[in-house]
Write a protein that binds this ligand. Structure first.
Ligand SMILES: C[S@@+](CC[C@H](N)C(=O)[O-])C[C@H]1O[C@@H](n2cnc3c(N)ncnc32)[C@H](O)[C@@H]1O
Length: 177
C-alpha cells in the first residue's frame, strides 16, 4: 500500500543512505523540515530559499544545530556559494505551505538548479526530487526535469507516488559519472 506521503518516504530512504560525514544541500528550505532532518544525520547542510520567512522558519527549526548554513537566494545560484562536493541534494518543489502560493519554484530556475546540484554532487551522491503536479506550472516543471533526467549519467534508484490523481512524485537519482 502506497499511503505514505513523499516526504515521509524520502526521509525513510535517506535515513539508510546518510552518513555522519556527509555534506548535504537543502535547495528549498521552506519550514526547515528537510534541513533539520539532514542536519541531524550529516556533518553539514547548506540551505537555500528565496523567502525571508522560510529562512527564519528554518533558522528557528534548526536553532540547536551548529552545522547548518542558510542562504536567502535562489537555488540556481548554489554553485556561487558552495565550493565543495556534496553527497546529497534535496529539492522539495512548489510553494511554502500556509504562505503566499505565488512564491513558487519555476520550471526554468528549477531546471538550472538541478543542473547545478548535479555539478556539485560527487559520483555516487544522490539527488532527491519531490515534484508536485497539482498546482499551476507544476506539471511543466516536472516534465522538464523528467526530460533532463533522461540525458544524465545517473541511475534512477527510486520513484514513489501515492495512488491518487495529481499525487506528487518522489524521484531519487544517483550520479554515476
Ligand atoms: C514545498 S516548500 C519546501 C518545504 C521544505 N523543504 C520543508 O521541509 O519545509 C518550497 C519552497 O521553495 C522555495 N522556493 C521557491 N523558489 C525558489 C528558488 N528559486 N530558490 C530557492 N527556494 C525557492 C519557496 O519559497 C518554498 O519555501
Amino acid at each position: 500500500m502506497n499511503k505514505d506521503n513523499i516526504n515521509t518516504v524520502a526521509h525513510r530512504w535517506l535515513n539508510s543512505y546518510l552518513k555522519p560525514e556527509h555534506i548535504c544541500i537543502d535547495a528549498t528550505c521552506g519550514n526547515g523540515n528537510d534541513t533539520l532532518f539532514l542536519a541531524q544525520r550529516s556533518s553539514k547542510v547548506y540551505g537555500f530559499d528565496i523567502q525571508q520567512q522560510a529562512i527564519e522558519n528554518t533558522q528557528k527549526r534548526c536553532e540547536k544545530m551548529t552545522n547548518v548554513e542558510l542562504f536567502q537566494m535562489s537555488h540556481d545560484l548554489m554553485e556561487d556559494v558552495v565550493h565543495e562536493s556534496v553527497d546529497c541534494v534535496i529539492f522539495n518543489f512548489g510553494y511554502l505551505p500556509k504562505a503566499d502560493p505565488s512564491i513558487i519554484t519555476l520550471p526554468h530556475t528549477s531546471l538550472k538548479a538541478v543542473k547545478s546540484a548535479m555539478n556539485l554532487l560527487r559520483v555516487g551522491g544522490v539527488l532527491v526530487l519531490c515534484c508536485y503536479v497539482g498546482h499551476p506550472g507544476g506539471q511543466e516543471e516536472t516534465d522538464q526535469i523528467d526530460e533532463w533526467i533522461l540525458h544524465q549519467k545517473a541511475e534512477l534508484l527510486f520513484t514513489y507516488r501515492q495512488d491518487r490523481p495529481a499525487a506528487p512524485i518522489l524521484k531519487i537519482l544517483k550520479k554515476d559519472a
